[in-house]
Design a protein around this ligand. Structure first.
Ligand code: CP
Ligand code: NVA
Length: 300
């Protein structure tokens, strides 16, 4: 594994290796055991979109690993004035040891990896959010003990989170069901991958998808960069909400997860959100541990 660009690139073994290391780093952190695996290394973090969790967890994580995190806002970089990503990649490769990037197009992340010669980590694109899904898988395993026999259900927009959850969930051996409006299905590349699995299903009925689910996950109806479509999306996604009716058809003890930020009373009710705050905020914490594992695997 040279980069973390999208879940489609990872094997089941690589995912499990990252999760095992993440569990170990979490244990070590909680028990005050230092783990300076990246002493003397620098991570550049390029942000073309806003972030709370990704920025703070990468920055803190790098510090805990003994390395130096460099926050690079695209509005301050020449990339924001049109310098090609291919050139940025070749320049930054000479100064730093790894790049985390949050941007719009997946191609930009793939280009960084192609033209640079240091590890590239995708901190979210319109297509995928692999760091989030590694943290989600870590959280599921932590709460449920293993992935065996679990059914994960995603309700909402076929966006970066849906794309990554579907692939990640299937790769670790869970059954995956999805409910999206017909016009907002996941990307073709992901559908082509998923449809090879008998344990994958997709429909436009949230109640049907949620039946007997062990994990229910949703995400915002309008992602970053889709602010102009918010009104139209509010209409299209009415009913694609995790609420008491959905919880009633899922398995007892089902987990509810959300990558955050959440829009209460849109994709999830405040009531369900607060009843499941325990796993939702553990999921947020696990961003730190999972990403530290990714950085150690790629950069140590
Ligand atoms: N879930 C997530 O990626 O959060 P941020 O946008 O705050 O980084
Ligand atoms: N789908 C959301 C995820 C945010 C973490 C977005 O891209 O804005």
């Amino acid at each position: 594994m040279k980069h973390l660009l999208k879940m489609l690139d990872l094997s089941q073994e690589e995912i499990i290796d990252i999760l095992n290391l993440a569990d170990q780093l979490k244990y070590e952190l909680k028990h005050g055991i230092p783990h300076p695996h990246l002493k003397g290394k620098t991570l550049g973090m390029i942000f073309q979109k806003a972030s709370t969790r990704t920025r703070v967890s990468f920055e803190t994580g790098m510090y805990q690993l003994g390395g130096y995190p460099l926050f690079l806002s695209s509005s301050d970089l020449q990339i924001g004035r049109g310098e090609p990503v291919q050139d940025t990649a070749r320049v930054l490769s000479r100064y730093i040891d790894g790049i985390m990037i949050r941007t719009f197009e997946q191609k930009e992340v793939e280009d960084l990896a192609e033209y640079g010669n240091i590890p590239i980590i995708n901190g979210l694109t319109d297509f995928s959010h692999p760091c989030q899904v590694l943290a989600d898988l870590m959280t599921i395993r932590e709460f449920k003990g293993s992935f065996d026999g679990l059914k994960m259900c995603y309700i909402g927009d076929g966006n970066n989170m849906a794309n990554s959850l579907i692939v990640g969930g299937l790769k670790v051996g869970m059954a995956v069901s999805v409910a999206t409006p017909d016009n907002y299905r996941p990307d073709k590349e992901v559908m082509d991958f998923a449809q090879k699995f008998d344990c994958f299903s997709i429909c436009n009925d949230p109640m049907e998808a949620a039946k007997n689910a062990d994990i229910l996950i949703t995400d915002v109806w309008a992602s970053m960069g889709q602010e102009d479509e918010a009104q139209e999306r509010r209409k299209a996604f009415a009913g694609y909400q995790i609420n008491d009716d959905i919880m009633a058809v899922a398995n007892k003890d089902a987990l509810v997860m959300h990558c955050l930020p959440a829009h209460r009373e849109e994709e999830i009710t405040s009531k369900v959100f607060e009843e499941h705050a325990k796993e939702i905020f553990e999921e947020a914490e696990n961003r730190l541990h999972a990403q530290k594992a990714v950085m150690v695997k790629l950069m140590a």
